[in-house]
Design a binder for this molecule. Structure first.
Ligand code: CP
Ligand code: NVA
Length: 333
């Protein structure tokens, strides 16, 4: 496993299923009100250049449940690359904290942080990717359906950061992903090429089309996200025009499988990319999806921060099964 979590592409399929197994254990423990302080005294810095509800709160709550502490750094606080270089910021933070979650405009910024920080860096959304979101999404589908292989997912809307991570996630996990977007709003070309190459080995299928009805037809999952992502607000008026016809509405639900699950990473712009009727309707699993960010990110934190991985990689393997068995084992100091 790599030192940092920047992209789902960097994970092996088995590593993703390990996250899911641990997330399921941790979720059960929380529901049973059993303590699970697997990261006692560990600290996490959250460097956010953009706003957040879910990612910030779930990482902060996760660290509290795990017996550690998170420090939130708002956009105006450190301004990496402006107030001081990314390199200096990364090296300073590495002296104080055990891990960093970063949300950046430019994807290269999160990569630079990972390059210079000696502690693990987790991508909490960049302009290109949103791996923690899609890991949470995949876990939610695995939980609901017991499998991911062969599921058909229709992603309707913008080929944005969430969509790009979905391409990698689908390729890894053998999913048939059909992205329907307006012309000119396709997922990133390089991501598509890499995901398609990986899909050949996993029996996944990845298609990009421009017809939302075709993408929705027979889908097990309908997924959408905002038409104007953070940082693109100046293009909102044009995007509102260009995305007409790409709303997830009852009409799309009706051509999908009868038990279709509707997903949205949130925040939603109700009445734009999704109707109230669908968002609050019987097919929506959107709140379960949001909840699971907490459990999956806990698994990510325990995996990346929980052990001196480079020195003793065997140790984290050693304590996983103990958690599964419901026995409480603190990592050794
Ligand atoms: N889905 C998601 O990452 O939400 P936030 O932007 O609120 O963190
Ligand atoms: N694509 C959206 C996702 C928000 C979680 C954005 O980048 O604003």
């Amino acid at each position: 496993m790599k030192h940092d979590l920047i992209s789902i592409r960097d994970l092996a399929r088995g590593e993703i299923t390990e996250f899911f197994a641990l997330a399921a254990d941790l979720k059960q423990r929380l529901k049973q009100k059993k303590a699970h302080p697997l990261l006692p005294g560990k600290t996490l810095a959250l460097i956010f250049e953009k706003p957040s509800l879910r990612t910030r709160v779930t990482f902060e709550v996760a660290m509290t449940h795990l017996g550690g502490h998170a420090t939130y750094l708002a956009p105006q606080d450190i301004r990496l690359g402006e107030r001081e270089t990314v390199e200096d910021g990364a090296r300073n933070l590495s002296r104080w904290v055990d891990g960093i979650v970063a949300r950046t405009f430019d994807h290269a910024q999160v990569e630079r942080l990972a390059q210079y920080a000696s502690v693990p860096v987790i991508n909490g959304l960049s302009g290109l990717l949103h791996p923690c979101q899609v890991l949470g999404d995949l876990y939610t589908l695995q939980e609901k359906r017991g499998r991911l292989d062969g599921l058909r997912v229709g992603f309707i809307g913008d080929g944005n950061n969430v969509c790009n991570s979905w391409l990698y996630g689908a390729a890894k996990m053998g999913i048939h992903l059909v992205v329907a977007c307006p012309k000119g709003y396709e997922p990133h070309r390089d991501v598509f090429t890499k995901a398609r190459a990986e899909a050949e080995a996993t029996q996944a299928r990845i298609e990009i089309i421009h017809d939302p009805i075709r993408a929705a037809k027979g889908a097990d999952v309908l997924y959408t996200d905002v038409w104007t992502s953070m940082g693109l607000e100046e293009h909102r008026a044009k995007r509102m025009r260009d995305f007409q016809g790409f709303q997830v509405s009852q009409a799309l639900v009706e051509v999908a499988q009868r038990d279709v699950m509707v997903m949205h990473c949130l925040p939603a712009h109700r009445g734009e990319e999704i109707t109230d009727e669908v968002m609050d309707g019987p097919h929506s699993i959107i709140l379960d999806q949001a909840e699971n960010r907490l459990h999956v990110q806990k698994a990510i934190l325990v995996t990346y921060l929980g052990t001196e991985r480079s020195e003793q990689p065997a140790r984290h393997r050693w304590f996983f099964p103990k958690i599964s068995l419901g026995r409480w084992v603190l990592p050794r100091p």
